[in-house]
Design a protein around this ligand. Sequence first.
Ligand code: FES
Ligand code: FE2
Length: 366
Amino acid sequence: MSAHLTELLNAFNSTLPLAKARTIPSAWYFDPEIYALESTKVFGNTWQYVARAELVEDPGSFMTVEVAGQPILVVRDEKGTLRAFHNACRHRAAQVINEPCGHATKLRCRYHGWTYDLAGKLRGMPEFDGVEEFKKEEQGLPRMRVETWGPFVFVHQGQPKQMLAEFLAPLPQMTEGLGIAELHFFDRREYVLECNWKVFVDNYQDGGYHVNTVHPTLAGALDYSKYRTELHETNTMQISPMKTSDDPTVAKVRAGSHAYYWWIFPNLMINLYQGVMDTNWVIPLGPDKCRVYFDFYFADVKTPEARRFNEQSIAVAHQVQLEDWGVCEEVQRGLKSRSYDTGRFSVKREAGGYFFHQLLARMLRE
Ligand code: FES
Ligand SMILES: [Fe+2]
């Protein structure tokens, strides 16, 4: 570890009580060495959400994704076993599969045509006779651990210390009665933001602190005075009772007794209202850039009436996202101001934000 990196990591004190705490230093949001360290220690060493389970339900179905610079391939083999691999061919590292999702009977690299079976074993290499000290059986696609919870697929690139269920606890237990299993995927929206991925998470983790100022229409649907945050081992839940919004569009699509906002370390967020769920999955694209996928799920995705409702609900979420987008990019620019290094937390609101910084620092220093 370079002296520069050690100094940066030591600049954050994670032992202080919230009332005395400061945020991680601003350089953590744009320093390339911190970014590289996050790629291995955080994204390469935690359970990572990668896909909706329905995409890899049938034998032969696959999906690919790149998370923090690592190409990943998830496949359901012929026997029904879900598998995950590093999506880098053993020959010259081309992506063995370069489509986002689909079906296949074998995995054929398009570069020179090496083929792997759905279990990742190398089966064929054209014109490779005579190559010495080459053991075909050792040239399979490198595996990673894969598990599912409900509609979500997670992979772990390293040696997980916990099974997925333990890592997610108490989220599966606490959302049991909330009907996630009865919701169906409806649509995806994608946003590329000119900010570090942590700015997006910080914005999510501020305990509703920015709701009244940045989201006036959403604010009307939440009983802000009772909005609270619960901290768990590797996730948080923000919960707010709902009230009837003055805005009829918002009132219609944000119903139910409570809004639940779950954050799962480091980069997945699950927002739950009655009959409505959306996930916000933020993927780093560089120190200054991230991509956020919003996946929307609803109780009914078939009838025309329900589909109209769903579109309205997505429009409300899109409006909220535009508002968040603006502040996130502004924050990224401000973090580079020579005047700014760290900030303080609202004890009443921002426990989740400090908790995120503490978890992150722990992983980076491990
Ligand atoms: S890189 Fe895959 S076959 Fe050459
Ligand atoms: Fe927001």
